[in-house]
Design a binder for this molecule. Sequence first.
Ligand code: 13P
Length: 251
Amino acid sequence: MADRRKLAAGNWKMHGVGADLAEVDALAAAVPEPGCEVLLCPPATLIARMAARVAGTAIEVGGQDCHPATAGAHTGDVSAPMLAEAGASHVILGHSERRTDHAETDAGVRVKAEAAMAAGLRAIVCLGETLGEREAGETLSVVGRQLAGSVPSGATAAALVVAYEPVWAIGTGKVPTMDQIAEVHDFLRAELIARFGAEGDGVRLLYGGSVKPSNADEIFAVSNVDGALVGGASLKAADFGAIVTALERAA
Ligand code: 13P
């Protein structure tokens, strides 16, 4: 099995103003030398300030989306090189909220991922089924299609992270059973290896959807779970620090 460094990633979504950077200081103090990779993805307005704030700590900073072009007449958008210049090392792409709010497609996510990788960013490509799709027995076909369509052909273990986030588990407090998570993660691992060989074995697979300190240990014990993409519980250093600590225990 490939040596995959565990990753605890926080997605602040559209939360956070300057005052909330105190949580980042508290997180850095709580996990000064984390035994896993720790990433926070704030709104675009905070990336540069957060990056300056975490300088000298182990915490990395990422974006939540990027435009596929380097620059141009795209009002309101931010490009991958701009994120990198602001201090981001990663970018979340194809989150289900963007697939819903902005009608993002697999092909659209793929070109964004290509742009991210060209700019030296690690792309965290998100996928996951709706409740209706799960109940119809379509989970593996949906995530398989999303993986095939959203991940560019040049992906490497260093440049790609995949996050499995069942839409019905996001922000709801509902979590799949550990067997359900294992089924999807084992499937995604096999698909990545089939497409990318050894590089696919090295791609980190994150679980996301209502991860909390109280359920982190059992989730991190699941086969092919290499970390988490955390929403609500990443906003407070006490909660996210506890999740990081749980991941360190599993590493
Ligand atoms: P919650 O952890 O708030 O359920 O959000 C998960 C998520 O969407 C992370 O990207």
